[in-house]
Ligand binder design. Structure first.
Ligand code: FO1
Length: 321
């Protein structure tokens, strides 16, 4: 895909798990080979039964490699569960599920991290081995962990999200380790590169997926100063989250669960914001100078993903021409 200027369209996308991965797949399918870099949130990562789990990286890897489990939204298609069944018999930890094929990913990642390899290098090698066809960069090689304060105290993200099914009311959110974390190698360069023709903020949960990335020193400024236009897609349609607990979390933290709230959280970063037509009126009422683009942003089928990706790239092409 090329812009009117003839320049090849090359995208850097910021993404969490499921919603972001869907758009990333649409983008990969319409762009020329090697034209997509995805910066993945790693604040959902945790250590579980001695293994290093990176859910958003893995959802991106499996989705872009066409290996993803569509029903679950995470893990691999055609997965078997012998390991989990055996863990149950042993009275082991079974609240967080690792399929047999997925287990290999976790053993390999943990083994290499323990040998001293970086998460960036390991993810790069996995992308090559599984023919991902895009570059996936962890936001940081240092640990950052989202924690949420509920009535009972601070909960680690996966304890809240999987262990407690996002049920506890939350009062506060923090990213432990964020001050010490540095952007992973290539992250800032990819954003700043003059070869990059669009920076795309995927329709992921702003609180737990996009803002941890933006909170790493240098990343927000790099996007604000980049020559490429930045385009976000709303994760909220008419007051409801497209997926997951985004609306619930926003409300509990004192925000309205609207497309306009998410726009406000990306203040100073965006050139264009793509949202559902039903949200256009309230978005225009914000007085924001960001260009508002109405579009069908639901992604159920593969065609939906490509259609939204085309909308994003059309907006980008207009902004760079
Ligand atoms: N989500 C669940 O709801 N239950 C699980 O047992 C579970 C296991 C799991 C294993 C590997 C992985 O990469 C993701 C997994 N997820 C599971 C999804 C994950 O917790 C969340 O979707 C993300 O952290 C939110 O983006």
């Amino acid at each position: 895909m090329t812009a009117a200027s003839g320049q090849r369209m090359s995208v850097v996308a910021l993404s969490g798990g499921i919603g972001g991965a869907k758009l990333a797949l649409g983008l990969k399918r319409i762009l020329a080979p090697d034209s997509l870099t995805v910066i993945a949130n790693t604040a959902d990562d945790f250590e579980h039964i001695g293994l290093s789990v990176s859910p958003d990286i893995d959802t991106l890897v499996y989705t872009l490699a066409n290996l993803s489990n569509i029903e679950l939204g995470w893990g691999r298609a055609g997965e078997t569960w012998t390991f989990m069944d055996a863990m149950k018999l042993l009275g082991g930890e079974t609240w967080f599920n690792l399929g047999d094929g997925d287990l290999a990913m976790h053993v390999q990642r943990t083994y290499r991290l323990n040998k001293g390899d970086s998460l960036t290098a390991i993810t790069g090698d996995v992308c090559k081995a599984l023919n991902v066809g895009a570059r996936i960069l962890p936001m940081s090689d240092q640990p950052v962990r989202t924690q949420l304060r509920a009535d009972e105290g601070w909960l680690d993200f996966q304890d809240y999200f999987v262990g407690r099914q996002s049920e506890p009311v939350i009062h506060e959110l923090r990213y432990t380790g964020i001050e010490a974390a540095q952007a992973a190698p290539d992250v800032i360069d990819a954003i700043r590169s003059t070869d990059t023709t669009a920076i795309v903020i995927c329709p992921s949960n702003p609180l737990i997926s996009i803002e941890p990335i933006l909170a790493i020193a240098g990343i927000r400024d790099a996007i604000a100063d980049a020559s490429a236009p930045a385009i976000a897609i709303s994760p909220i349609i008419d007051g409801n989250a497209v997926k997951g607990p985004t609306a619930k979390m926003l409300r509990e933290l004192g925000h309205e669960a609207t497309a306009a709230t998410v726009l406000g959280r990306y203040e100073g970063l965006l050139d264009a914001y793509i949202a559902d037509p039903r949200d256009m009126k309230s978005l225009q009422n914000t007085g924001s100078r960001v260009s508002m683009v109405p579009a069908d942003i639901m992604m159920v089928t593969l065609d939906d993903r490509e259609r939204l990706a085309r909308t994003v790239m059309d907006v980008a092409a207009q902004l760079v021409s």
